[in-house]
Design a protein around this ligand. Structure first.
Ligand code: MRU
Length: 383
């Protein structure tokens, strides 16, 4: 059974508390938009698609309970204002991943369209919101499975070295079931390679300073029995230079892809793309179309979230190893007291260093002009 970061049955929303992973698997309830905002801000749930889904579902469970206790206005306009205010509030939780803002825009449109209907009431609007929120969860899972299939096919056709049966790949950060509704984006591609019998080994970086790779990706790879090796971020160059490792591709996720293909993803991604170019290794971004922000011209326009210094200067972990309920967590300092710290959560990889952007409808490569064109993959799409 693959990991499930988000559990939603149409009534209750539970999220796997990622601050406690990989030591303790504990689900926490999210009962309203305010709790949704907090679990996103505190990084109890993380990863671009997952935070968008949790934000929308947190508002869905709040609306459901207002409906249940008859505490919603009959006026569709009033409920519409309520929903839009909550959506705007949820968007303020984290700035870089576009999926959250994109989902908020989509639900605002749904609200506006419904309000225009003569028969609309506060109740019909809330019910519609609940139905659409449920669909979002299912459609993200399907998208990830398609990303996995397209990405695995592309890699085997374009990145496999002559005479190679199985391939080795490198990934960064956290892009699996824990960062999405399930299956994953970059990790979905790795999962798909593995289930096709085409994966020899996945290397994952530790992903300092917050260690999403060591804590979450490594946990998921072990959980799902995918052959994998953990490296520190500083080992990536040596790994790519090592003929024994023979890395065929680097696959990462994305928090926002600008209209020109520049991609914001977890800090350290840009460095890996530079290394890939130097070593002639394919560099791929795996992301649903909801991560492609055609309203943002280039990487220069992407707001990069700055995180607190303490994430760099201190490390938190259990005193005991292994999983136990009475786990005692300790925080220890790993940097000199008083040192200044720069801690951007993401960086931007220029499009020129990216070989392909793997989406649920196919892999986008640069055109003969050397530029990514996304019009084809959005043709016929509603957003
Ligand atoms: O700060 P986080 O943990 O939310 O960052 C997560 C990432 O950067 C992921 O690589 C990204 O969201 C990929 S989307 C599956």
């Amino acid at each position: 059974m693959s990991l499930q970061a988000i559990k939603y049955d149409g009534k209750d929303l539970l999220i796997l508390d990622q601050l406690k992973l990989p030591y303790v698997e504990e689900y926490v309830p999210v009962r309203n938009a305010q709790e949704g905002w907090h679990v996103i801000k505190e990084m109890r749930v993380r990863g671009a698609p997952a935070i968008a889904i949790v934000a929308i579902l947190s508002l869905a469970v709040e609306l459901r309970s207002l409906l249940l206790y008859n505490r919603l206005s009959n006026s569709a306009e009033e409920v519409g204002v309520f929903i839009k205010e909550k959506l705007q509030y949820l968007v303020t939780s984290r700035p870089t991943a576009v999926n959250l803002a994109d989902a908020a825009r989509k639900f605002e449109r749904i609200v506006d369209e419904h309000i225009r209907e003569e028969t609309a009431t506060g109740q019909t609007l809330a019910e519609l919101f609940l139905r659409e929120a449920g669909k979002m969860l299912a459609s993200d899972l399907k998208d990830n499975q398609n990303i996995g299939a397209h990405g695995a096919k592309w890699i085997l056709e374009h990145a496999r070295r002559p005479g190679q049966d199985k391939i080795n790949v490198l990934t960064h950060c956290n892009t699996g079931s824990l960062a999405t509704s399930g299956y994953g984006t970059a990790l979905g591609v790795i999962r798909s390679l593995h289930s096709n019998g085409a994966l020899s080994r996945a290397y994952c970086t530790e992903t300092r300073p917050y260690n999403q790779g060591a804590r979450l990706t490594a946990f998921e790879l072990v959980h799902d029995k995918i052959p994998a090796t953990l490296i520190t971020d500083s080992m990536a160059a040596a790994l790519l230079a090592d003929p024994k490792a023979s890395i065929s591709a680097i696959i990462v996720g994305a928090d926002r892809v600008a209209a020109n293909g520049d991609t914001a993803n977890k800090i350290g991604t840009y460095g890996l793309a530079v290394l890939a170019k130097h070593h002639g290794v394919k560099f791929l971004v795996a992301a649903p179309r909801t991560t492609i922000d055609r309203g943002t011209k280039s990487g220069e326009d992407i707001v990069i979230e700055q995180r607190p210094a303490v994430e760099v200067t201190k490390i938190r972990g259990p005193v005991d190893s292994g999983i136990s309920n009475g786990l005692s967590m300790e925080t220890i300092r790993v940097a000199a007291p008083g040192i200044d710290v720069w801690n951007p959560a993401f960086d931007v990889t220029p499009a020129s260093l990216i070989d392909g952007i793997i989406t649920e409808v196919g892999v986008v490569e640069k055109g003969p002009d050397g530029i990514f064109h996304f019009d084809d993959i959005f043709a016929g799409a509603s957003s």
